[in-house]
Design a binder for this molecule. Structure first.
Ligand code: GUN
Length: 293
């Protein structure tokens, strides 16, 4: 078993991003700029957004956090988004999900200018991704591709089993792994909560992408020996063992599965760190006009 080390790879790529950000500042007179909107005080969202902001500063980007309490209306949010859409000093705009129940995430996603949609959630970006056109790729799948690339894992011809069909991870991941590129060129099976014989399906995977949001869901009896394991799960539980008061668990039972895998991402220290890299790369690409001019 070898570790797909998110800490090592993310630090290496962030150093490259920092150099490019410095070049961008020298030539344009400004830093790449990411704006995040956070509604409410969900603990997980607070942590993720704080980490996104901190990493922006680390690589020499400008970051702005706009906060609202949970009573904010959909119209108020859309007004703010429209304002930012026209701000030529903003390269990327993300609205942290989930949103309170009275706000329709689809309306919010579509309100964002797709040219600043560095989360890659807008239907135009997802549609362009389907057609292999330049676009912002959702940050978590993008981070996973960067990880596979960093370890020079040739996925061509492999059977990739994705567990979970979310708009953010499972669904785009299945498309990307089937694409004619490397990483990619896989035969893909997209499984979900209604899949029959899930265990037999997952057992066929040369690569397993676990994005179901359930602690230790993938157990050793579901994994073919030698499989590559990508664990997207970030399941937070209250704990007295850690300084933060929380402990993170993946969707994969690491203790059981690691010994029979060829490569595996740890939680924490795996995909989560790469998601931030995906977001930073999208923001830089936006600033440089590499995707849309
Ligand atoms: N919630 C969970 N993951 C994400 C993400 O990648 N982007 C946003 N905006 N919200 C999320």
């Amino acid at each position: 078993m070898q570790l797909l080390d998110g800490k090592f790879v993310s630090e290496k790529i962030k150093a490259e991003i920092a150099l490019e950000a410095a070049d961008f500042l020298a030539s344009s007179g400004r830093k790449p700029h990411l704006v995040a909107i956070l509604v409410g005080n969900d603990g997980g969202s607070e942590t993720y957004v704080a980490s996104k902001m901190k990493n922006c500063e680390k690589v020499g980007f400008k970051s702005s956090l706009i906060r609202y309490n949970t009573e904010v209306t959909e119209a108020e949010l859309i007004n703010k988004i429209s304002e930012i859409n026209f701000d030529s000093e903003v390269d990327g705009l993300i609205v942290q999900l989930p949103l309170p129940a009275h706000i329709d995430p689809e309306k919010i996603t579509e309100a964002i200018n797709y040219k600043k949609d560095v989360d890659g959630f807008h239907p135009i970006n997802l549609g362009r991704m389907m057609r292999n056109l330049p676009c912002f790729i959702p940050a978590t799948p993008y981070g996973i591709l960067l990880m596979l690339e960093a370890y020079q894992i040739n996925t061509s011809g492999m059977h990739c089993v994705v567990v979970g069909r979310s708009n953010i991870v499972g669904s785009p991941m299945s498309v990307l792994m089937a694409r004619n590129s490397n990483p990619g060129n896989c035969t893909v099976t997209l499984t979900h909560s209604r899949t029959q014989n899930l265990k037999e399906m997952v057992l066929q995977g040369d690569i397993i992408v676990a994005a179901i949001g359930k602690k230790n869901f993938i157990t050793a009896d579901m994994v073919k020996p030698g499989a590559i394991i990508i664990d997207v799960g970030i399941n937070r539980e209250v704990s007295t063992e850690t300084k933060s008061g929380y402990k993170l668990y993946g969707d994969v039972d690491f203790e059981q599965v690691a010994p029979i895998s060829s490569w595996i991402t740890p939680v924490p220290g795996g995909v989560g760190l790469m998601t931030i890299v995906g977001l930073l790369k999208n923001t830089l690409a936006s600033a440089k006009g590499e995707i849309y001019s």
